[in-house]
Design a protein around this ligand. Structure first.
Ligand SMILES: [Ca+2]
Ligand SMILES: [Ca+2]
Ligand SMILES: [Ca+2]
Ligand SMILES: [Ca+2]
Length: 431
């Protein structure tokens, strides 16, 4: 996310042709300024706010974040545009309590934030601004990694790129129906409205608003994305990777792979849960490649809920991401980089498209292998096998019925062609 404005201004354009030939013309949306916790900062506990100028990605959002008509110039000077509409819904009726902050003609969104001393209701503008930045960033990041208009993404106007528009995300902050939680919903049909509800969390005093927690907002956004990609009637089974897909996206976009190590504990939602950044987070264990910190494996299946199955699945994906970062490096650019975190995210998005309805965890593993074949000619096959085998989802594992976790059989073996250790820094493939 740390590209210069100059670079961004060069990456997207529209060809305009006349008798003299063609010229690449760039949309010139108002850049806007937003004071936010920049990704991959997970929360106020993980870093400080910065005033970002023009953070929109002009490939994914060619007319900026406040456009809806496909012509230069913002249609809205509030936190509303092609990808999202952010507002307070304290009365829980799924409509705006008010218009929210207005950035004026130059789109200036710079407001007081004091997450440790003021209640969320005293910093609504800053919370709304942060949520708008995060949700639009997730739109742009996912667009760059395979969730675009033709895939059913969430936009008011698809700018002639296929798919069905009319489905920007309604982002409801301080949602009165969603205390100590956050969720995202939509219908599988492209063009159906998507909604994210971000509640107030009460573990700390004063309470904390979920909009400051990038990981929790990411989880909710991806919940809607996954519903769209899985299709109608899918994903109600308990022996399912679906929570794992959400956890992995949440962890991936809120982790600085250049400033942490594979062992660093990455708990989800620690800020909202009033835990230290090294805390366990919302699951039984924090994500970590270190099996002494996160020992989750497929052996835990029989005692696991859908959240526990998600922990097992995302633990394998976390190991995979770090093995890819170890092999090809981290890009530190969630939009257009080609580091291990980017490869992981492209595989995740394609695997969601590939996996069968009511998939089990081994179906998810196989979808990652197929995604790697499609995207990278299978060059990361052994990274995938080793990561899953390390968590008990190896070659000989069996998932049985995906409606039951009791019949799962763990195995830690890999194909003979993949016997190498994947972690160069001392973490063995096998527990
Ligand atoms: Ca416009
Ligand atoms: Ca609501
Ligand atoms: Ca759409
Ligand atoms: Ca099963």
């Amino acid at each position: 996310m740390r590209r210069s404005l100059l670079y961004r201004s060069m990456v997207a354009g529209v060809l305009v042709c006349c008798g003299m030939g063609c010229l690449e013309v760039h949309a010139q949306p108002e850049p806007g300024q937003y004071r936010v916790y920049p990704l991959p900062i997970a929360s106020p506990d993980h870093g400080t706010r910065a005033l970002l100028t023009g953070p929109a990605d002009f490939d994914a959002s060619p007319f900026g974040w406040h456009d809806t008509n496909g012509a230069s110039g913002a249609e809205f000077t509030i936190l509303r545009g092609n990808n999202a509409w952010v507002y307070v819904d304290a009365d829980a009726n799924n409509t705006p309590d008010g218009p929210g902050p207005d950035g004026g003609s130059t789109l200036q969104f710079d407001y007081l934030a004091s997450p440790y001393t003021l209640p969320p209701t005293s910093q609504e503008a800053a919370l709304a601004t942060n949520a708008f930045y995060l949700v639009n960033s997730f739109h742009d990041i996912l667009w760059q990694h395979g969730f675009q208009e033709v895939d059913g993404n969430f936009q008011e106007n698809n700018y002639g790129r296929g798919g069905t528009g009319g489905d920007p995300v309604q982002v409801e902050i301080l949602d009165g129906a969603t205390t100590n939680n956050a969720n995202g919903s939509t219908a599988p049909t492209d063009g159906s409205q998507a909604r994210i509800q971000l509640g107030i969390w009460t573990a700390a005093n004063p309470d904390r608003g979920a909009s400051y927690a990038a990981d929790v907002v990411a989880f909710a956004y991806m919940q809607a994305v996954q519903t769209r990609l899985l299709g109608s009637g899918c994903g109600g089974n308990v022996d399912s990777p679906r929570i794992g897909n959400l956890d992995f996206f949440a962890a991936l976009v809120s982790n600085d792979f250049t400033a942490t190590t594979p062992a660093t504990p990455h708990g989800l939602g620690t800020f909202l849960l009033n835990q230290p950044v090294t805390g366990t987070g919302a699951r039984t264990y924090p994500y970590s490649v270190d099996l002494a910190i996160n020992p989750s494996t497929y052996l835990d299946s029989s005692s696991s809920s859908v959240y526990g199955m998600g922990l097992i699945y995302a633990s394998a994906l976390w190991d995979l991401a770090w093995s890819l970062v170890g092999q090809i490096g981290a890009s530190d650019d969630l939009l257009t980089g080609n580091g291990g975190e980017n490869v992981s995210l492209r595989l995740l998005v394609l695997a969601l498209k590939i996996q069968p309805c009511n998939a089990g965890l081994l179906d998810g593993r196989d979808a990652f292998l197929e995604a790697d074949n499609n995207l990278y000619q299978g060059q990361y096959t052994c990274n995938i096998w080793n990561a899953f085998a390390r968590r008990g989802m190896g070659l000989s594992a069996e998932q049985g019925s995906t409606s039951s976790t009791a019949d799962n059989v763990a195995a830690f073996d890999v194909p003979a062609s993949c016997s190498d250790t994947i972690f160069a820094d001392g973490f063995d493939v096998l527990p």
